[in-house]
Ligand binder design. Structure first.
Ligand code: FES
Ligand code: FES
Length: 397
């Protein structure tokens, strides 16, 4: 169990939580705040939407311990909120609820729209509510209710609030993650990519990864050849799906870009990596950092490798230890199992490209261009692989 401190509905809460307990379960089971509903528990239906540091967030895909220091507002905390009161009245008037299961999450997303939208344009309201599913109403009454509240408020001269009054995202959506009592302005993740004052170069802080896993692949070349190639950063980058260099690399340092597309989120991680090599043990370590302005996500990663000769030295087993920490929007959707599977697929793609680099067996005798790191195609591959594994288990093979 881990102790956490949160501000829930304006009240300081100190409690312990299992690392795997998501925020919705924590609120419902430990604090008895059952107004936060659970539907899919996969971040799809929006029933569990609440405000995390004033920003709508899905509490079924956020660990409670990751919200240490955050300000959490559930539907119970909006009892006296003016906009929510107007929305409640409009929902009643427009018959915008039947069973009411989706209503707490719907009201919280609707409140955000009322705060932000300058006009009650139907398309914007529908798009804004598209992350909240309702199985009863058909949405017509809900959209009418939300639009009417926006219209009435704008008529009364209440101006929209740019960004809905959001503060910058911190770890897993919490702008106050490190210090619940601090009033200091939070640093947006986009600027967390620190630059060296004199040189302007990206600083690569050393770090301890939050998640670490092992992987390996084999290549039909002797370890020395592979170790030599690993010293050529440009050739290594050319094997990495979605990666490109943005500067001239040295043997110790490289700056570049990795493009990732994961579900609805595309990210371009700009960053830098520091490279360490140990020729005696044919091993090395690469530690890097990257940030994506658009998804306001940042990552730090570490890859340790060890080259083991196999087949009397004619081939090599490359043993990898991959560690990473992810912050921001991508951290909310990249669950550990998925991130691990994606990394395994990445490793397999990298191994294939590496083999082609070393043997020059790509099309036209050249190296095949690496594909982008497209989460969708990787995801389809993953689902296929998982289905195959499940089938094998069922058939007992
Ligand atoms: S329960 Fe469906 S998004 Fe959280
Ligand atoms: S009112 Fe029943 S799910 Fe929306």
């Amino acid at each position: 169990m881990t102790m956490i401190a949160l501000i829930v509905n304006g009240r300081a809460v100190n409690a312990s939580a299992e690392p795997r307990t998501h925020l919705a379960d924590f609120l419902r089971d430990s604090l008895n705040l059952t107004g936060t509903h659970l539907g899919c528990e996969h971040g799809v239906c929006g029933a569990c939407t609440l405000l995390l540091d004033d920003m709508p967030a899905r509490s079924c895909i956020i660990y409670a311990v990751a919200c240490d220091g955050a300000r959490v507002t559930t539907i119970e905390g909006l009892g006296d909120d003016e906009i929510t009161a107007e929305l409640r009245a409009a929902f009643r008037r427009e018959h915008a609820l039947q069973c009411g299961y989706c209503t707490p999450g719907m009201l919280i997303s609707a409140r955000d729209l009322v705060l932000r939208l300058p006009v009650s344009d139907e398309r914007s309201v529908r798009v804004g509510l598209s992350g909240n599913l309702c199985r009863c109403t058909g949405y017509v009454g809900i959209v009418r209710a939300v639009r009417s509240v926006i219209d009435e408020r704008r008529k009364r001269g209440v101006q929209p609030v740019p960004g809905g009054g959001r503060s910058a995202l911190g770890p897993v959506g919490s702008g106050n993650g490190s210090n619940p009592t601090s009033n200091a302005p939070t640093v947006p993740i986009a600027t967390a990519e620190l630059y060296h004052e004199d040189s302007g170069a990206i600083v690569i802080p050393d770090f301890k990864p939050e998640k670490v896993f092992k992987d390996h692949f084999t290549v039909g070349c002797p370890p020395d050849a592979i170790f030599d190639m690993f010293g050529d950063v440009a050739r290594v980058a050319a094997c990495l799906p979605g990666a490109s260099l943005t500067g001239v690399p040295t043997r110790e340092r490289a700056e570049g870009l990795i493009r990732v597309k994961l579900g609805p989120v595309s990210a371009n991680f700009h960053g830098a990596a520091h490279i360490e090599r140990d020729p005696l043990n044919l091993s090395g370590r690469i530690v890097g950092t990257g940030t994506d302005q658009r998804s306001r996500s940042s990552t730090q990663g570490e890859i340790r490798y060890q080259l083991i000769p196999i087949e009397q030295g004619a081939a090599t087993r490359v043993e990898l230890s991959i560690g990473y920490s992810l912050r921001g929007v991508l951290a909310q959707i990249a669950r550990e199992g998925l991130a691990r599977d994606l990394a395994s697929r990445l490793t397999a793609d990298f191994a294939r490209n590496l083999e082609r680099q070393l043997s020059g067996t790509g099309p036209d005798g050249s190296v095949e261009a690496p594909r982008n790191l497209d989460g969708f195609s990787l995801l389809i591959g993953l689902l296929r692989a998982r289905a195959r594994r499940a089938l094998r288990r069922v058939l007992g093979r």
